[in-house]
Design a protein around this ligand. Structure first.
Ligand code: ZN
Length: 401
């Protein structure tokens, strides 16, 4: 029997992801989260807005995902779909994607259907012209207030009534978009929420991927509940079933990555050769009370003490990106998923960390697969080796493909 002592935390984390349980203000500052750190996030957001468009790539603003057709690598085809038209672009491996979620009371989704279009969590193509999409800021800065409210509602609907946008986050829809954009493989990442029921994303998504006979395109991911004494055993079972990476989410699962209770999980992943992708850093749109879990300094102990584990920092630390750079310079077992970072930051990461531990990731279905791909193409116009490494070569090395 799985221990459910933390299931309310799981539920709170999930609903809180949509902001509904967001407690305004902080539940007190401490050594784990100082007032200066809270201020630094506010300052980062303001500075980024101010500097947008003034970096080495100039203004990079488009009208929706379809607007990326203004770039030389894409066109909108006769069906109105954004497609990659440059055969020289390496076929990519996306290390960070998800499928539609239906948990708790929500009726099961049919992940095998093809729908006319994907309703992204940031649905920049829902209107014509599309919403403003700035590639020179952290990507969630493109959410308007209305789009953020929609995101909250979508999150709650995945728990209760289901349907809606999540019903378009299906395997055939993902595969079609991968074909459009020359994405060869995508790593699907579940999260173990620790809900009282309706919480089996790892097994459920694996079943659906097998049903679609899509294992050659979709890499199966796993997850465990932090601190669950059965986690090491579950990790062994997941590895045996073909899982290629484990997702852990400090803000949604509410844990400090350097908490001693995590050691058995890291040990097991080290033995099994399973890389761990952390949701990394403060995204800035989650409940403030969860920010304390995601500071870069709380990840260092895990990376330092478990050198056998290959850790991937999702979103390259999101809005805490400046604090991940010294960590990546210091630890060879730390890779950076670049999803979310703007073009100026991506250029800085290449210069300061090097191109050989940066990984292309999309966070589909939050965003279109091309949103991050376009940034890589812009930043690597004169760096073909780095382009290949980020889009494909590094992921092949990480997964041993
Ligand atoms: Zn994600």
């Amino acid at each position: 029997m799985k221990i459910k002592r933390r299931y309310f935390l799981g539920l709170a984390g999930l609903v809180g992801a949509g902001g509904l349980l967001s407690l305004k203000g902080c539940d007190g500052f401490s050594d784990r989260y100082t007032e200066a750190e809270a201020q630094a996030l506010i300052a980062q957001k303001a500075r980024e807005q101010e500097l947008s468009g003034s970096g080495p790539f100039g203004p990079q603003r488009y009208q929706g995902y379809r607007g990326l057709a203004d770039l030389p690598w894409y066109e909108v085809n006769e069906e109105g779909r954004l497609v990659m038209v440059d055969d020289s672009v390496p076929a990519a491996i996306d290390v960070h994607a998800h499928l539609g979620m239906a948990m708790l009371f929500a009726p099961e989704l049919d992940l095998q259907v093809r729908t006319p279009r994907v309703e992204y969590m940031l649905d920049c193509d829902a209107t014509d012209p599309g919403c403003p999409l700035d590639l020179d800021v952290y990507i969630n800065a493109n959410f308007s207030e209305a789009a953020l409210r929609r995101l909250q509602l979508l999150t709650v609907s995945q728990l209760f009534w289901g349907g809606g946008a999540a019903a378009t986050h299906t395997i055939p829809n993902l595969l079609a978009e991968m074909d459009d954009c020359r994405i060869e493989k995508a790593q699907i990442l579940p999260i173990a929420w620790d809900l009282p029921f309706g919480d089996e994303l790892t097994a459920g998504w694996m079943r659906e991927i097998d049903k679609a006979q899509a294992r050659s395109r979709l890499l199966i991911g796993g997850s465990v509940v932090p601190g669950d004494p059965e986690a090491p055993e579950q990790l062994r079972a997941q590895a045996a079933a073909g899982v290629s990476m484990i997702k852990l989410h400090p803000t949604m699962q509410r844990f400090y990555p350097d908490d001693a209770m995590m050691a058995p999980i890291y040990e097991a992943c080290g033995e099994l050769g399973l890389p761990i992708i952390f949701h990394g850093g403060r995204a800035g749109i989650e409940p403030e009370m969860t920010h304390k879990y995601a500071l870069m300094r709380h990840y260092e102990g895990a990376i330092r003490d478990f050198p056998k584990v290959q850790f991937v920092m999702g979103h390259a630390g999101a809005r805490d990106v400046d604090d991940v750079i010294p960590l990546a310079q210091k630890y060879d077992n730390l890779w950076l998923g670049i999803h979310g970072q703007g073009v100026t930051k991506l250029d800085q990461l290449i210069r300061e960390v090097g191109g050989d531990r940066l990984l292309y990731g999309t966070d589909w279905p939050f965003y279109h697969l091309a949103a991050t791909q376009a940034k890589v193409l812009l930043v690597t116009q004169d760096r073909p080796d780095v382009r290949y490494a980020i889009l494909r070569g590094n992921a092949e090395r990480l997964f041993g493909l």
